[in-house]
Design a protein around this ligand. Structure first.
Ligand code: SF4
Length: 360
């Protein structure tokens, strides 16, 4: 079990996903629609719809091109697109979206991520593998929904994708009163060689985690099941403190369990190095949590930021948002350091005074 308790979260001045910090990568998180083929009892009503709600395919394709064009103007030449829903695989023309995204001869790196319930048959997944084979990296967050999915075949689908080079992580929202049952199932997935992320449940406005966890459960969500790819621990997030010391954590999903999600006043790359698109309405925003005005819509046009901008939002709760690079000025830490220095000077003076008194 990895232990991240040594990270001084209150002294961090810069952090983000390593690939976003260290390469010209632009990232897009796209809720394609709310339509889902499952209807789980615990799903928030705003998060799903039983009616297909997708826009025209041509609009999606031109949006991909427009984002890439604006990002390139800001010198971001590599791309990561992440699709979710609803259930993205339930969109009948999703394969055409993936194909269009993957066919780009102007870039040397593109990656794809998808959050899915893994419900399509193996034949669908084989076509997915074919349509996306030109991409440098493919990853999937697989959400297991016990009311609809079968544990055995869900695990088989994960392993088939892993065998074909896809990075798969099972995402489990840890409902407090079902914690033990969920944890045991997650352990069985891990025993089969599949990564699992334990997520605290958020409240309806997604601004806080719900009450009801005991200390041991919080600890498990902070440290349990470290991500591993090919047997090696993944450390996707890099953090730097005010002294320039670097730290790593496997995934931004853990930030909420540490209460590290308040970045008001920090400079944030969201909207400059990233954007999100969400339905209904095809709204484009800098990130999901942000209270800023939208950057536009996919049908009427949008404009990305040309530089990082200050965060104006009290809490940044989605890991898709919190992994975007952020940095803050040193002022408050410099003040703290000055206070420490003053204390040290006065301590030394007091020692000197004592010695002088002893010499009299
Ligand atoms: S709420 Fe938005 S602007 Fe603030 S830190 Fe999160 S992503 Fe950045």
């Amino acid at each position: 079990m990895e232990n991240y308790n040594h990270i001084p979260f209150d002294q961090i001045v810069e952090f983000g996903q390593q690939t976003l910090l260290n390469s010209p990568l632009f990232t897009v998180s796209w809720i394609l629609g709310r339509f889902c083929n499952y209807n789980c009892s615990y799903c928030w009503p705003y998060a799903r719809s039983s009616t297909p709600d997708h826009q025209d395919l041509e609009l999606y394709l031109s949006t991909i091109d427009n984002i890439k064009q604006q990002a390139r103007a800001n010198n971001f030449t590599q791309f990561h697109f992440s699709f979710s829903g609803g259930e993205p695989t339930a969109y009948k023309k999703f394969a055409a979206v993936l194909k269009h995204y993957a066919q780009d001869s102007e870039t040397d790196y593109q990656s794809l991520h998808m959050t899915t319930n893994l419900s399509p048959a193996i034949s669908w997944w084989n076509k997915f593998l074919e349509n996306t084979k030109s991409l440098q990296r493919r990853s999937i967050t697989a959400s297991f929904h016990a009311e609809f999915a079968d544990e055995e075949s869900f695990g088989d689908r994960c392993l088939n994708l892993i065998d074909n080079g896809v990075f798969v992580t099972i995402n489990q929202v840890m409902v407090p009163n079902l914690f033990d049952e969920y944890y045991e199932r997650c352990q069985r997935f891990v025993d089969r060689g599949i990564n699992v992320t334990l997520k605290p449940q958020s409240n309806e406005s997604a601004s806080e985690i719900v009450d009801g966890y005991n200390d041991e459960q919080i600890k498990l969500m902070r440290t349990g099941f470290p991500l591993k790819y090919n047997g090696v621990s993944a450390q996707q997030i890099q953090l730097t403190d005010h002294k320039g010391t670097s730290y790593n954590i496997d995934q931004a999903e853990r930030f909420n369990a540490f209460g590290f999600n308040k970045f008001k006043g920090w400079n944030c790359h969201a909207g400059y190095q990233s954007c999100i698109i969400r339905e209904p309405g095809g709204e484009i925003k800098r990130a999901y949590s942000c209270h800023d005005e939208p950057l536009g819509t996919i049908d009427k046009g949008f404009k990305l930021f040309s530089k990082p901008n200050a965060c104006i939002t009290p809490s940044c709760v989605s890991s898709a948002d919190s992994k975007i690079p952020k940095f803050r000025k040193m002022d408050f830490l410099e003040n703290a350091l000055q206070e420490q220095e003053m204390l040290e000077i006065s301590r030394q003076q007091s020692v000197r005074n004592k010695k002088e008194r002893a010499n009299v």
